[in-house]
Design a protein around this ligand. Structure first.
Ligand SMILES: [Zn+2]
Length: 112
């Protein structure tokens, strides 16, 4: 389950940035093209942080819809299905403009 290793990587980053402060919320932005199941990620987060300093930290996951831009007609299309074809001109020369994000956008720290 690769969500588990992702969560381990996140905890390392978060611990580094929190620098000893108590973390309340960790916000993530995850593109829909990423093979990540938010529920599984949240579940793994619970496993990985159990008994650690991050045990009380909540994970908030923002999903970013996938979008493509057509090289032929410049049309930008938000994908509802993972089909990389321009709906305007049926062109297949498309570029992915969003949906591949995976980043920590912010941390909420406890006021001391
Ligand atoms: Zn097109």
């Amino acid at each position: 389950m690769h969500e588990l290793s992702i969560c381990r990587a996140i905890t390392k980053l978060v611990e580094c940035h929190a620098d000893g402060s108590t973390v309340r919320i960790v916000r993530l932005r995850v593109g829909e093209l990423r093979q990540i199941v938010p529920d599984t990620l949240a579940y793994c987060w619970g496993l990985v942080t159990e008994g650690s300093d991050l045990e009380s930290a909540a994970l908030e996951i923002e999903r970013v819809p996938a979008a493509i831009r057509c090289a032929g007609c410049r049309h930008v299309h938000t994908l509802t299905e993972p089909i990389l074809v321009c709906p305007e001109c049926q062109g297949r020369d498309v570029e992915i403009v969003s949906g591949e994000e995976f980043l920590i956008t912010s941390l909420d720290l406890m006021e001391v």
